[in-house]
Design a protein around this ligand. Structure first.
Ligand code: G2I
Length: 383
């Protein structure tokens, strides 16, 4: 199945050589030393966020703003996480319920909570075929194109300087076996709508990393994964401003954690983009669930350009798939076995992130771009 070399293939003979064994012992001593060093810094090793930070990563969660009054929920949020994503509050239907009338109340509440508690924010999501406001249903072609790009510009401008990374476009690929784009009202505005959205987002907030985000793109051998990979490669070759790819990673028995997940992350990173695990949840319980959570964590840490992990909710009861008990805390807020597996994997360490400076989060001082839409007719044929 896996089109790329299996991990560790051909290394069995090498592992048995004495010289390799000495190297391994020295390396092992270094790991012990590093572990001791980690254990000595404040709160490292005891919470998801602090342990991830020790590895140059973040650990985040989706937050439903209406739960910020739940003290158990907020207690776990503030203790464990240093990145937040609005579960619904920054989507198109929430932020632009009427055309050109914007409502940032709940999104702003999340940003305020994050800023007051030393957390960063992933913006989710500027454009998606779902959760659009009703008024987009009467638009198509150049009128929808204009409204869509105006939405990107307005929302990204409002949050300028406050967002670590934006899911600029969400779930634009087809679930079939063809690696093609999903047929949506957005796709019908022209095959270049995704790159137009990225350019508009870059102009509005040059300090935010701009991500393409999708599900069922975790298994390297799946056509959908290849479709997204080819788009990102094309974007990088043509200078379209894309910085990262989000892997939602909603796993269950129908779409399980794939053994080539690390390969997928590595291959995307090799295109010159960061990778982020953006909506992680794994249905199940006990040790099998914990094992998959540990594997995902180690895979991210093994890839230098994997910035961090976000789980899609805090307690099982907060999940969009609550009956599958897919999260790290039970309904009472107790840590599950899966939590311990993630924390232990974070504390084992991995490949450090690249040393080059990340994009600055300081907003530029010049005026934000205007929201004038393009005047030319978009092309009608998909790429
Ligand atoms: O579907 C799971 C996720 C897949 N990737 C994109 C994510 O944005 C998506 O999140 C989910 C939220 O977790 C749900 O909370 O997106 C759903 C919408 O497709 C969200 O559900 C909606 C309900 O369907 C609505 O009835 C409800 O009004 O949440 C809304 C706000 O509570």
């Amino acid at each position: 199945m896996d089109k790329v070399l299996a991990r560790g293939s051909g290394s069995a003979a090498a592992r048995s050589r004495p010289r390799t064994a000495v190297v391994a012992m020295v390396a092992g001593a270094a790991v012990v030393a590093a572990t001791i060093a980690v254990a000595t810094s404040a709160s490292a090793g005891t919470t998801l966020g602090a342990s991830a930070a020790e590895q140059g990563r973040y650990f985040g969660t989706a937050v439903a703003v209406n739960k910020l009054s739940d003290s158990t929920y907020v207690g776990i949020l503030n203790r464990e996480f240093n990145m937040v994503t609005a579960e619904n509050e920054m989507k198109w239907d929430a932020t632009e319920p009427s055309r050109n009338q914007f409502n940032y109340t709940n999104g702003d509440r999340l940003v305020a909570h994050a800023q007051a508690n030393g957390m960063r924010v992933r913006g989710h999501a500027l454009l998606w075929h779902q959760q659009q406001p009703g008024w987009t249903g009467s638009l198509s072609g150049s009128a929808l194109r204009e409204a869509m790009l105006n939405h990107v510009t307005q929302v990204a401008t409002h949050y300028r300087g406050k967002i670590y990374s934006w899911d600029v476009v969400n779930e634009a690929f087809d679930d079939g076996n063809n690696g093609a784009r999903r047929n949506s009202n957005l796709q019908q505005t022209g095959g270049d709508w995704i790159e137009a959205a990225f350019r508009a987002a870059r102009a509005a907030d040059p300090g935010a990393k701009l991500c393409y985000n999708d599900y069922n793109t975790d298994n390297w051998s799946w056509a959908k994964t290849q479709g997204v990979y080819n788009m990102v490669r094309d974007f990088k070759s043509r200078g379209v401003p894309i910085d990262c790819v989000g892997f939602q990673s909603h796993f269950n028995s129908g779409s399980p954690y794939p053994s080539n997940y690390r390969t997928t992350l590595q291959n995307f990173a090799a295109l010159g983009v960061d990778v982020q695990i953006t909506e992680l949840d794994i249905e199940g319980s006990g040790s099998s669930q914990a094992t998959s959570y540990g594997n995902v964590t180690r895979d991210c840490l093994a890839v230098a350009r994997c910035n961090g992990i976000t789980v899609w909710g805090i307690r099982d009861t907060d999940s969009w798939r609550a009956s599958g008990t897919p999260l790290l805390f039970d309904g009472s807020g107790n840590k599950k076995q899966a939590y311990t597996a993630v924390l232990n994997a974070l504390n084992e360490g991995g490949t450090p992130p690249p040393t080059t400076a990340p994009p600055t989060s300081t907003p530029p001082t010049s005026a934000p771009p205007t929201s004038t839409p393009p005047t030319s007719e978009p092309p009608t044929t998909p790429p």
